[in-house]
Design a protein around this ligand. Structure first.
Ligand code: AMP
Length: 427
Protein backbone atom coordinates (compact mmCIF):
# COMPACT_ATOMS: atom_id res chain seq x y z
CA UNK A 1 0.00 0.00 0.00
CA UNK A 2 1.40 3.37 -0.89
CA UNK A 3 1.76 5.85 1.95
CA UNK A 4 -0.25 9.05 1.62
CA UNK A 5 1.86 12.15 2.12
CA UNK A 6 -0.10 15.22 3.08
CA UNK A 7 1.14 18.65 2.13
CA UNK A 8 -0.08 22.02 3.25
CA UNK A 9 -2.38 23.68 0.72
CA UNK A 10 -0.62 25.63 -2.03
CA UNK A 11 0.15 29.21 -1.04
CA UNK A 12 -0.02 28.60 2.73
CA UNK A 13 2.74 28.53 5.33
CA UNK A 14 3.66 26.58 8.44
CA UNK A 15 5.08 28.93 11.06
CA UNK A 16 7.77 27.31 13.18
CA UNK A 17 10.00 28.19 16.09
CA UNK A 18 12.14 31.01 14.69
CA UNK A 19 9.27 32.46 12.68
CA UNK A 20 7.42 33.14 15.90
CA UNK A 21 10.30 35.15 17.24
CA UNK A 22 9.77 37.60 14.35
CA UNK A 23 5.99 37.14 14.32
CA UNK A 24 5.83 38.25 17.96
CA UNK A 25 8.11 41.26 17.38
CA UNK A 26 5.85 42.46 14.56
CA UNK A 27 2.61 41.80 16.42
CA UNK A 28 3.81 43.29 19.72
CA UNK A 29 5.24 46.40 18.06
CA UNK A 30 2.00 46.99 16.16
CA UNK A 31 -0.16 46.37 19.24
CA UNK A 32 1.93 48.69 21.38
CA UNK A 33 1.77 51.54 18.86
CA UNK A 34 -1.94 51.31 18.01
CA UNK A 35 -2.90 51.03 21.65
CA UNK A 36 -0.75 54.08 22.37
CA UNK A 37 -2.79 55.94 19.74
CA UNK A 38 -5.95 54.75 21.55
CA UNK A 39 -7.26 52.34 18.95
CA UNK A 40 -9.40 49.61 20.46
CA UNK A 41 -9.10 46.01 19.34
CA UNK A 42 -11.69 44.25 17.26
CA UNK A 43 -11.73 40.64 16.10
CA UNK A 44 -14.39 39.67 13.59
CA UNK A 45 -15.16 36.10 12.45
CA UNK A 46 -12.97 34.50 9.80
CA UNK A 47 -16.16 33.50 7.99
CA UNK A 48 -18.61 36.16 6.83
CA UNK A 49 -21.61 36.31 4.54
CA UNK A 50 -20.04 36.30 1.06
CA UNK A 51 -22.38 39.11 0.04
CA UNK A 52 -20.66 41.43 2.50
CA UNK A 53 -17.57 41.38 0.29
CA UNK A 54 -19.48 41.36 -2.99
CA UNK A 55 -21.21 44.54 -1.90
CA UNK A 56 -18.32 46.14 -0.05
CA UNK A 57 -15.21 45.25 -2.05
CA UNK A 58 -17.13 45.01 -5.33
CA UNK A 59 -18.36 42.14 -7.46
CA UNK A 60 -16.01 42.78 -10.37
CA UNK A 61 -12.79 43.11 -8.41
CA UNK A 62 -10.16 40.33 -8.58
CA UNK A 63 -10.61 39.76 -4.87
CA UNK A 64 -14.29 38.88 -5.18
CA UNK A 65 -14.46 37.65 -8.72
CA UNK A 66 -11.53 35.25 -8.74
CA UNK A 67 -9.98 35.03 -5.32
CA UNK A 68 -12.69 34.46 -2.74
CA UNK A 69 -12.93 31.10 -0.97
CA UNK A 70 -16.66 30.44 -0.62
CA UNK A 71 -18.53 27.60 1.00
CA UNK A 72 -22.15 26.61 1.34
CA UNK A 73 -23.20 25.73 4.89
CA UNK A 74 -25.56 22.86 5.70
CA UNK A 75 -28.20 25.52 6.25
CA UNK A 76 -27.66 26.82 2.71
CA UNK A 77 -25.87 30.09 3.54
CA UNK A 78 -22.98 31.14 1.33
CA UNK A 79 -20.06 32.16 3.52
CA UNK A 80 -16.64 33.41 2.50
CA UNK A 81 -13.25 33.12 4.18
CA UNK A 82 -12.58 36.81 4.70
CA UNK A 83 -10.32 38.21 1.95
CA UNK A 84 -9.86 41.56 3.72
CA UNK A 85 -10.59 43.29 7.02
CA UNK A 86 -12.30 46.59 6.30
CA UNK A 87 -15.73 45.33 5.23
CA UNK A 88 -16.11 43.06 8.31
CA UNK A 89 -15.06 45.92 10.61
CA UNK A 90 -17.68 48.19 9.02
CA UNK A 91 -20.30 45.43 9.30
CA UNK A 92 -19.40 45.14 13.01
CA UNK A 93 -19.55 48.95 13.43
CA UNK A 94 -23.13 48.88 12.20
CA UNK A 95 -24.19 45.65 13.88
CA UNK A 96 -22.83 46.53 17.33
CA UNK A 97 -24.04 50.13 17.35
CA UNK A 98 -20.56 51.65 17.48
CA UNK A 99 -22.21 54.86 16.32
CA UNK A 100 -22.96 55.36 20.01
CA UNK A 101 -19.25 55.41 20.93
CA UNK A 102 -17.34 58.71 20.89
CA UNK A 103 -16.69 59.43 17.19
CA UNK A 104 -14.60 58.91 15.19
CA UNK A 105 -14.15 55.31 16.32
CA UNK A 106 -10.60 54.00 16.15
CA UNK A 107 -10.26 50.23 15.76
CA UNK A 108 -7.42 47.78 15.10
CA UNK A 109 -7.37 44.12 14.13
CA UNK A 110 -4.92 41.33 13.46
CA UNK A 111 -5.56 37.93 11.94
CA UNK A 112 -5.47 35.59 8.93
CA UNK A 113 -6.99 36.45 5.55
CA UNK A 114 -7.54 34.35 2.44
CA UNK A 115 -7.28 35.02 -1.27
CA UNK A 116 -7.08 32.42 -3.99
CA UNK A 117 -4.20 34.19 -5.73
CA UNK A 118 -1.40 32.80 -7.85
CA UNK A 119 1.27 32.12 -5.23
CA UNK A 120 4.58 33.92 -5.71
CA UNK A 121 7.21 35.63 -3.57
CA UNK A 122 5.38 37.46 -0.79
CA UNK A 123 1.97 36.47 -2.15
CA UNK A 124 0.10 33.75 -0.31
CA UNK A 125 -3.37 32.29 -0.23
CA UNK A 126 -3.49 32.54 3.55
CA UNK A 127 -1.69 35.56 4.96
CA UNK A 128 -1.82 37.65 8.12
CA UNK A 129 -2.79 41.29 8.19
CA UNK A 130 -2.79 43.87 10.93
CA UNK A 131 -4.91 46.91 10.25
CA UNK A 132 -6.39 50.11 11.62
CA UNK A 133 -9.66 51.84 10.77
CA UNK A 134 -10.86 55.32 11.78
CA UNK A 135 -14.60 55.40 11.24
CA UNK A 136 -16.77 58.49 11.01
CA UNK A 137 -14.21 61.17 10.36
CA UNK A 138 -13.67 63.24 7.25
CA UNK A 139 -10.62 65.27 8.25
CA UNK A 140 -7.57 64.57 6.02
CA UNK A 141 -5.54 64.75 9.24
CA UNK A 142 -6.87 61.26 9.93
CA UNK A 143 -5.04 59.94 6.89
CA UNK A 144 -1.90 61.54 8.32
CA UNK A 145 -2.53 59.94 11.72
CA UNK A 146 -2.62 56.52 10.05
CA UNK A 147 0.53 57.20 8.04
CA UNK A 148 2.25 58.42 11.20
CA UNK A 149 1.36 55.16 12.96
CA UNK A 150 2.81 53.10 10.13
CA UNK A 151 5.94 55.30 9.83
CA UNK A 152 6.57 54.69 13.52
CA UNK A 153 5.85 51.01 13.04
CA UNK A 154 8.40 50.62 10.22
CA UNK A 155 10.93 52.71 12.11
CA UNK A 156 10.63 50.55 15.20
CA UNK A 157 10.96 47.42 13.07
CA UNK A 158 14.13 49.07 11.65
CA UNK A 159 12.83 48.61 8.08
CA UNK A 160 14.46 50.98 5.61
CA UNK A 161 14.35 51.44 1.82
CA UNK A 162 10.66 52.19 1.78
CA UNK A 163 8.74 54.63 -0.38
CA UNK A 164 5.29 56.01 0.23
CA UNK A 165 3.12 56.48 -2.83
CA UNK A 166 -0.03 58.53 -2.64
CA UNK A 167 -2.84 59.54 -4.93
CA UNK A 168 -6.43 60.73 -4.79
CA UNK A 169 -9.05 58.83 -6.75
CA UNK A 170 -11.79 61.31 -5.84
CA UNK A 171 -15.43 60.48 -5.22
CA UNK A 172 -17.88 58.67 -7.47
CA UNK A 173 -18.65 61.87 -9.37
CA UNK A 174 -14.95 62.56 -10.12
CA UNK A 175 -14.45 58.91 -11.04
CA UNK A 176 -17.46 58.94 -13.37
CA UNK A 177 -16.02 61.77 -15.45
CA UNK A 178 -12.51 60.33 -15.44
CA UNK A 179 -13.56 56.82 -16.39
CA UNK A 180 -15.29 58.13 -19.53
CA UNK A 181 -12.15 59.94 -20.67
CA UNK A 182 -9.92 56.98 -19.81
CA UNK A 183 -12.23 54.63 -21.67
CA UNK A 184 -12.10 56.74 -24.80
CA UNK A 185 -8.31 56.84 -24.60
CA UNK A 186 -7.91 53.10 -24.03
CA UNK A 187 -10.35 52.27 -26.76
CA UNK A 188 -7.96 53.82 -29.23
CA UNK A 189 -5.31 51.36 -27.99
CA UNK A 190 -7.66 48.38 -27.87
CA UNK A 191 -5.40 46.28 -30.10
CA UNK A 192 -2.26 47.05 -28.10
CA UNK A 193 -3.38 46.50 -24.50
CA UNK A 194 -3.11 43.04 -22.93
CA UNK A 195 -6.03 40.61 -22.84
CA UNK A 196 -6.56 41.26 -19.13
CA UNK A 197 -6.77 44.99 -19.67
CA UNK A 198 -9.26 44.52 -22.50
CA UNK A 199 -11.53 42.92 -19.91
CA UNK A 200 -10.67 45.43 -17.21
CA UNK A 201 -11.52 48.30 -19.56
CA UNK A 202 -15.06 47.01 -19.72
CA UNK A 203 -15.52 45.83 -16.15
CA UNK A 204 -13.28 47.81 -13.80
CA UNK A 205 -11.40 50.33 -15.85
CA UNK A 206 -9.32 51.93 -13.06
CA UNK A 207 -7.51 48.61 -12.62
CA UNK A 208 -5.96 49.08 -16.07
CA UNK A 209 -3.77 51.74 -14.43
CA UNK A 210 -2.33 49.02 -12.20
CA UNK A 211 -1.29 46.68 -15.03
CA UNK A 212 2.31 45.49 -14.78
CA UNK A 213 2.65 44.60 -18.50
CA UNK A 214 5.24 46.80 -20.17
CA UNK A 215 3.16 47.57 -23.26
CA UNK A 216 0.18 48.62 -21.11
CA UNK A 217 2.40 50.72 -18.87
CA UNK A 218 3.77 52.69 -21.79
CA UNK A 219 0.20 53.44 -22.91
CA UNK A 220 -0.98 54.35 -19.42
CA UNK A 221 1.94 56.72 -18.98
CA UNK A 222 0.34 59.13 -21.44
CA UNK A 223 -3.25 58.72 -20.23
CA UNK A 224 -5.18 61.47 -18.47
CA UNK A 225 -4.70 61.61 -14.70
CA UNK A 226 -7.59 61.39 -12.27
CA UNK A 227 -6.13 64.25 -10.24
CA UNK A 228 -7.25 66.61 -13.04
CA UNK A 229 -10.84 65.42 -12.67
CA UNK A 230 -11.29 65.98 -8.93
CA UNK A 231 -14.35 67.99 -7.88
CA UNK A 232 -13.68 71.09 -5.71
CA UNK A 233 -14.35 69.18 -2.43
CA UNK A 234 -12.09 66.25 -3.29
CA UNK A 235 -9.43 68.65 -4.55
CA UNK A 236 -9.40 70.70 -1.37
CA UNK A 237 -9.33 67.49 0.73
CA UNK A 238 -6.27 66.26 -1.17
CA UNK A 239 -4.57 69.66 -1.08
CA UNK A 240 -5.03 69.84 2.68
CA UNK A 241 -3.61 66.31 3.00
CA UNK A 242 -0.55 67.21 0.92
CA UNK A 243 0.03 70.41 2.88
CA UNK A 244 0.06 68.47 6.14
CA UNK A 245 2.48 65.91 4.71
CA UNK A 246 4.80 68.72 3.59
CA UNK A 247 4.48 70.52 6.89
CA UNK A 248 5.50 67.41 8.78
CA UNK A 249 8.29 66.71 6.33
CA UNK A 250 6.98 63.22 5.71
CA UNK A 251 8.52 61.65 2.63
CA UNK A 252 6.16 60.68 -0.17
CA UNK A 253 5.93 60.30 -3.86
CA UNK A 254 2.84 61.29 -5.81
CA UNK A 255 1.81 58.52 -8.18
CA UNK A 256 -1.05 59.77 -10.38
CA UNK A 257 -1.76 56.21 -11.54
CA UNK A 258 -1.90 54.55 -8.12
CA UNK A 259 -5.18 52.64 -7.72
CA UNK A 260 -6.30 49.92 -5.33
CA UNK A 261 -7.85 46.54 -5.97
CA UNK A 262 -10.92 47.24 -3.86
CA UNK A 263 -13.88 49.24 -5.12
CA UNK A 264 -14.73 50.95 -1.86
CA UNK A 265 -11.81 53.37 -1.90
CA UNK A 266 -12.49 57.08 -2.41
CA UNK A 267 -10.27 60.16 -2.27
CA UNK A 268 -6.87 59.54 -0.62
CA UNK A 269 -5.15 56.22 -1.23
CA UNK A 270 -1.60 55.26 -0.29
CA UNK A 271 0.82 52.38 -0.33
CA UNK A 272 4.17 51.90 1.36
CA UNK A 273 6.55 49.75 -0.66
CA UNK A 274 9.93 48.23 0.01
CA UNK A 275 12.25 48.97 -2.89
CA UNK A 276 15.27 46.78 -3.44
CA UNK A 277 17.49 45.18 -6.00
CA UNK A 278 17.54 41.40 -5.83
CA UNK A 279 21.12 41.33 -7.10
CA UNK A 280 23.92 43.81 -7.73
CA UNK A 281 22.98 45.78 -10.85
CA UNK A 282 19.62 43.99 -10.99
CA UNK A 283 16.26 45.60 -11.52
CA UNK A 284 14.63 47.54 -8.71
CA UNK A 285 11.70 45.54 -7.27
CA UNK A 286 8.77 46.96 -5.38
CA UNK A 287 6.79 45.04 -2.79
CA UNK A 288 3.76 46.56 -1.07
CA UNK A 289 4.09 46.33 2.71
CA UNK A 290 1.25 48.56 3.85
CA UNK A 291 -1.78 49.69 1.88
CA UNK A 292 -4.79 51.80 2.65
CA UNK A 293 -6.94 54.79 2.02
CA UNK A 294 -10.25 56.48 2.52
CA UNK A 295 -13.57 54.71 2.00
CA UNK A 296 -16.25 57.33 2.53
CA UNK A 297 -19.13 55.33 0.99
CA UNK A 298 -18.54 51.81 2.31
CA UNK A 299 -20.71 52.02 5.42
CA UNK A 300 -23.51 53.56 3.41
CA UNK A 301 -23.18 50.79 0.81
CA UNK A 302 -23.52 48.27 3.65
CA UNK A 303 -26.79 49.81 4.79
CA UNK A 304 -25.65 52.52 7.21
CA UNK A 305 -25.75 56.29 7.04
CA UNK A 306 -23.10 58.15 5.09
CA UNK A 307 -20.03 57.63 7.30
CA UNK A 308 -16.63 58.74 5.99
CA UNK A 309 -13.74 56.56 7.12
CA UNK A 310 -10.09 55.74 6.48
CA UNK A 311 -7.87 52.74 7.19
CA UNK A 312 -4.80 50.74 6.24
CA UNK A 313 -3.30 47.30 6.74
CA UNK A 314 0.12 45.64 6.64
CA UNK A 315 0.98 42.13 5.50
CA UNK A 316 2.80 40.21 8.21
CA UNK A 317 4.63 37.68 6.01
CA UNK A 318 6.28 40.42 3.95
CA UNK A 319 7.59 42.21 7.04
CA UNK A 320 8.67 38.93 8.58
CA UNK A 321 10.68 38.12 5.50
CA UNK A 322 12.48 41.47 5.67
CA UNK A 323 13.31 41.06 9.36
CA UNK A 324 14.75 37.63 8.62
CA UNK A 325 16.57 38.61 5.43
CA UNK A 326 18.13 41.76 6.85
CA UNK A 327 18.85 40.17 10.25
CA UNK A 328 17.27 43.19 11.92
CA UNK A 329 16.62 41.36 15.17
CA UNK A 330 18.65 38.42 16.37
CA UNK A 331 16.91 35.76 18.43
CA UNK A 332 18.40 35.52 21.91
CA UNK A 333 18.96 32.02 23.28
CA UNK A 334 16.86 31.66 26.37
CA UNK A 335 18.89 30.46 29.32
CA UNK A 336 17.73 27.18 30.80
CA UNK A 337 19.20 26.61 34.25
CA UNK A 338 18.21 23.03 34.99
CA UNK A 339 18.00 19.76 33.07
CA UNK A 340 16.03 16.88 34.55
CA UNK A 341 17.54 13.44 34.01
CA UNK A 342 15.45 10.39 34.81
CA UNK A 343 15.82 6.63 34.61
CA UNK A 344 12.97 4.20 35.22
CA UNK A 345 9.29 4.43 36.01
CA UNK A 346 9.49 5.43 39.67
CA UNK A 347 11.83 8.27 38.72
CA UNK A 348 9.33 9.43 36.11
CA UNK A 349 6.67 10.18 38.73
CA UNK A 350 9.20 11.95 40.95
CA UNK A 351 10.40 14.07 38.03
CA UNK A 352 6.84 15.01 37.07
CA UNK A 353 6.26 16.16 40.67
CA UNK A 354 9.51 18.08 40.62
CA UNK A 355 8.43 19.81 37.40
CA UNK A 356 5.35 21.14 39.20
CA UNK A 357 7.54 22.60 41.94
CA UNK A 358 10.06 24.11 39.52
CA UNK A 359 7.24 25.74 37.60
CA UNK A 360 5.84 27.17 40.83
CA UNK A 361 9.25 28.60 41.70
CA UNK A 362 9.74 29.81 38.10
CA UNK A 363 13.03 27.93 37.71
CA UNK A 364 13.32 27.21 33.99
CA UNK A 365 13.97 23.55 33.24
CA UNK A 366 14.21 21.15 30.32
CA UNK A 367 13.07 17.60 30.92
CA UNK A 368 14.79 14.50 29.58
CA UNK A 369 11.45 12.70 29.45
CA UNK A 370 11.07 10.80 26.21
CA UNK A 371 14.78 10.04 25.95
CA UNK A 372 15.72 6.58 27.22
CA UNK A 373 19.42 6.47 27.96
CA UNK A 374 21.34 8.44 30.54
CA UNK A 375 23.97 9.19 27.89
CA UNK A 376 21.47 10.77 25.49
CA UNK A 377 19.99 12.92 28.25
CA UNK A 378 23.38 14.18 29.46
CA UNK A 379 24.43 14.90 25.90
CA UNK A 380 21.38 17.11 25.41
CA UNK A 381 21.98 18.80 28.76
CA UNK A 382 25.50 19.65 27.57
CA UNK A 383 24.18 21.03 24.30
CA UNK A 384 21.70 23.24 26.14
CA UNK A 385 24.56 24.54 28.34
CA UNK A 386 22.52 24.16 31.52
CA UNK A 387 24.13 24.94 34.86
CA UNK A 388 22.75 21.93 36.70
CA UNK A 389 21.36 18.47 36.04
CA UNK A 390 18.94 16.99 38.54
CA UNK A 391 19.34 13.25 38.21
CA UNK A 392 16.85 10.71 39.53
CA UNK A 393 17.71 7.08 38.76
CA UNK A 394 16.11 3.92 40.19
CA UNK A 395 18.19 4.12 43.38
CA UNK A 396 17.60 7.83 44.02
CA UNK A 397 13.89 7.40 43.32
CA UNK A 398 13.55 4.63 45.91
CA UNK A 399 15.54 6.60 48.48
CA UNK A 400 13.59 9.82 47.80
CA UNK A 401 16.76 11.63 46.80
CA UNK A 402 18.08 13.68 43.87
CA UNK A 403 21.59 13.97 42.53
CA UNK A 404 22.49 17.58 41.74
CA UNK A 405 25.29 17.74 39.20
CA UNK A 406 27.09 20.99 38.56
CA UNK A 407 27.79 20.72 34.87
CA UNK A 408 30.81 23.02 34.58
CA UNK A 409 32.82 21.19 37.23
CA UNK A 410 31.24 17.78 37.02
CA UNK A 411 30.86 17.76 40.82
CA UNK A 412 27.69 16.34 42.31
CA UNK A 413 25.88 16.08 45.61
CA UNK A 414 23.01 13.94 46.79
CA UNK A 415 20.13 15.77 48.48
CA UNK A 416 16.73 14.84 49.82
CA UNK A 417 13.88 15.40 47.38
CA UNK A 418 12.27 18.01 49.68
CA UNK A 419 15.49 20.03 49.78
CA UNK A 420 16.15 20.27 46.03
CA UNK A 421 14.48 23.63 45.44
CA UNK A 422 16.13 25.13 48.52
CA UNK A 423 19.53 23.85 47.31
CA UNK A 424 18.99 25.23 43.81
CA UNK A 425 17.94 28.61 45.17
CA UNK A 426 21.10 28.77 47.32
CA UNK A 427 23.14 28.49 44.13
P1 AMP B 1 -4.77 44.95 0.71
O1 AMP B 1 -5.76 44.27 1.64
O2 AMP B 1 -4.78 44.32 -0.65
O3 AMP B 1 -4.88 46.42 0.72
O4 AMP B 1 -3.33 44.59 1.28
C1 AMP B 1 -2.77 45.12 2.44
C2 AMP B 1 -1.39 44.53 2.64
O5 AMP B 1 -1.52 43.11 2.86
C3 AMP B 1 -0.48 44.64 1.42
O6 AMP B 1 0.24 45.84 1.44
C4 AMP B 1 0.42 43.43 1.59
O7 AMP B 1 1.49 43.75 2.47
C5 AMP B 1 -0.46 42.41 2.26
N1 AMP B 1 -1.00 41.42 1.31
C6 AMP B 1 -2.04 41.56 0.45
N2 AMP B 1 -2.27 40.44 -0.23
C7 AMP B 1 -1.36 39.53 0.19
C8 AMP B 1 -1.08 38.16 -0.14
N3 AMP B 1 -1.80 37.49 -1.03
N4 AMP B 1 -0.07 37.55 0.52
C9 AMP B 1 0.67 38.21 1.44
N5 AMP B 1 0.44 39.50 1.79
C10 AMP B 1 -0.56 40.15 1.18
Amino acid sequence: MSKIKFQRPKGTNDFLKEDFYFFDIIFNTFKRIVEFYNFSRIETPILEDANLFLKGVGRVTDICDKEMYCLKTKGGDILALRPEGTSPVCRAYLENGLKEWPQPVRLWYFGPFFRYERPQAGRYRQFWQGGVEIINGEDPGLEIEILQIFFNFLKELKIKNTIVEINSIGCSSCQGKYKKVLNRYLKSYEKEICENCKLRRKENILRVLDCKEEKCQSIIKNAAQIIDFLCPECKSHFTAFLEMLDHLNYPYSFNPFLVRGLDYYTRTIFEIFEERKESEGGQEKKMALISGGRYDNLIHTLGGEKTPAVGAAFGLERLLEILKREKLFLPKEEKISVFLVLLGNVAKIKILKLMEELYREKIKFFSGMGKDSLKAQLKLADKLKVDYCLIIGQKEALEGKVLIRKMKEGSQILVKMEKVIEELKKR
